[in-house]
Write a protein that binds this ligand. Structure first.
Ligand SMILES: C[S@@+](CC[C@H](N)C(=O)[O-])C[C@H]1O[C@@H](n2cnc3c(N)ncnc32)[C@H](O)[C@@H]1O
Length: 468
């Protein structure tokens, strides 16, 4: 009955947002099909529930929740925009008698842990690292949505449930490491539903990130997490393909990276890159801080400089025709950016959406000391403080391994973004150095080698496919 009216209030609010405020406060309002799917994740109950909506916008999320809850339920909605707070009030008054809309920032409201249902689609903006205080001390957040989530999780009563519409970025990478560890300690992760194609679901909101639904609850970790790796809002979630997986099978490493699929069993026999003694570091040249050492011409005492432009298929070429300087002058020697001569595998840190592969690895053998731009990662066998080049065969074998389809698939399951993080790569399953050297002997690192040859050679080497 009222759903349509709530949807109308949402659509009118969406149409009348001031562009400046929309940008500033990230007012991307949830469309009704996504709201219904999110609310559908709450466990049905005949008991009245206390509902909390953080950054409530038009109030769509808590209103749909309240419309499906027993009479006697109550809602607290917090929204800092006065117009939207008013819209929240109108939506909520239609479905619930006990409504409090607080027109403030969520960070200025003291909330007790008394809510049975917490729902939110928070702003997604990056912020400078901030520690939010919690009962156990504090948790470092680098993004508004995780700051909201920390508040949401703390507001749950025992047995309470929280559903959030958030980007997928918290599941991997270094920035969200502290949040992940805190969150997984604090509550049970119950459902993950990643929307495959992001544009479709927030069509009128121009959202570019990969969005997902997460359901958590204030109880012991559930035995199985329900995972929808490619959800769509057009049909009920329960009719869509999903897996029930023990949380352990989704978590990786000490940084608690959360995957959306169980690992391909063909990779289960391998240790991680870090455990194989292969360390991923980020190139040390930040160009705008080192403008004065960049050079278009070779300085006899300077060094070659590598950018992602120098990656050419599986090879790394130098110098190349591009609009970036190909050398640094000898002044670079005082800046702690120069790497020792030897063999490495370079990996891009950013890929374009349209690029076929996320990971672009290229083999580098440099007979002289060199510098790598910080948009490149480089793999070596030292530590985070000390770079030690790879054995040449290992560098070549690793380039082939990182160019395989199975590795690209693995990475896509770990990360929804086009960035390639060193933290994630360190958790990548990888053959031993000796096996990588054998791989290098089996196939040249050469741009004439096709993808299918790389995949077949690797498959044969590790007995995934029968030798013909
Ligand atoms: C992504 S929108 C989602 C709105 C609504 N929950 C929905 O799903 O349609 C985030 C909302 O949070 C509000 N907001 C942003 N920062 C806030 C803050 N610090 N405190 C309260 N609300 C905030 C914005 O005005 C906006 O309405």
């Amino acid at each position: 009955m009222t759903s349509k009216t709530i949807a109308q209030i949402r659509n009118e609010a969406a149409a009348s947002l001031s562009p400046k405020r929309q940008q500033q406060w990230e007012q991307f309002l949830t469309p009704m099909p996504v709201a219904e799917q999110a609310v559908g994740l709450f466990t049905p109950t005949d008991d009245p529930v206390r509902i909390l909506d953080l950054g409530s916008g038009s109030g769509i999320l808590s209103a749909v929740t309240a419309s499906r809850s027993a009479s006697g339920s109550s809602v607290v909605a917090i929204e800092q925009d006065t117009e939207l707070a008013r819209a929240s009030e109108s939506s909520l008054r239609q479905v619930c008698d006990d409504v409090e809309v607080i027109n403030k920032s969520v960070f200025d409201v003291l909330l007790d842990a008394r809510f049975d249902r917490v729902i939110l689609n928070p702003p997604y903006k990056k912020i400078s690292p901030t520690v939010i205080s919690t009962s156990g001390g504090g948790v470092k957040v680098t993004n508004l949505y995780t700051a909201f989530l920390v508040m949401a999780i703390q507001a749950m009563d025992d047995g309470g449930e929280c559903v959030a519409i958030i980007p997928r970025s918290w599941m991997n990478g270094d920035y969200f490491k502290d949040f992940r560890k805190w969150m997984l300690n604090e509550c049970s992760l119950d459902v993950l539903a990643v929307y495959g194609s992001r544009h479709e679901h927030f069509k009128d909101m121009n959202i570019l990130q990969e969005i997902m639904l997460v359901k958590m609850s204030k109880r012991q970790q559930a035995e199985k997490v329900t995972v929808y790796a490619e959800a769509s809002p057009v049909e009920p979630l329960e009719d869509q393909p999903h897996e029930s997986v023990a949380l352990k099978a989704l978590l990786m490493g000490r940084d608690r990276i959360v995957r959306v699929r169980q690992q391909d069993p063909r990779l289960s026999g391998f240790k991680t890159m870090a455990d194989q003694g292969l360390w991923v570091s980020t190139g040390k040249l930040v160009w705008f801080r080192n403008r004065d050492v960049l050079s278009d011409v070779e300085d006899p005492n300077g060094h070659p400089l590598y950018w992602s432009d120098n990656q050419n298929g599986m090879m790394t070429l130098h110098p190349v025709e591009c609009d970036r300087e190909q050398w640094v002058t000898e002044k670079a020697d005082t800046r702690n950016i120069v790497l020792p001569a030897g063999s490495y595998c370079l990996v891009n840190r950013f890929s374009a959406k349209e690029q076929q592969r996320r990971i672009h690895a290229s083999y580098l053998h440099s007979g002289v000391e060199f510098v790598a731009d910080n948009k490149l990662n480089y793999v070596h066998q030292g530590t985070s403080r000390h770079t030690v080049p790879l054995d040449d065969r290992v560098a070549r074998g690793l380039t082939l391994w990182l160019s395989s389809s199975i590795v690209d698939e693995w990475y896509r399951q770990v990360s929804g973004s086009t960035q390639v993080n060193a933290t994630d790569l360190r958790q990548l399953p990888c053959p031993s150095k000796a096996q990588l050297a054998v791989l290098a002997d089996s196939l040249p690192v050469d741009n004439d080698v096709s993808q299918s040859r790389i995949d077949e050679t690797i498959g044969r080497l590790f007995s995934w496919v029968q030798a013909s």
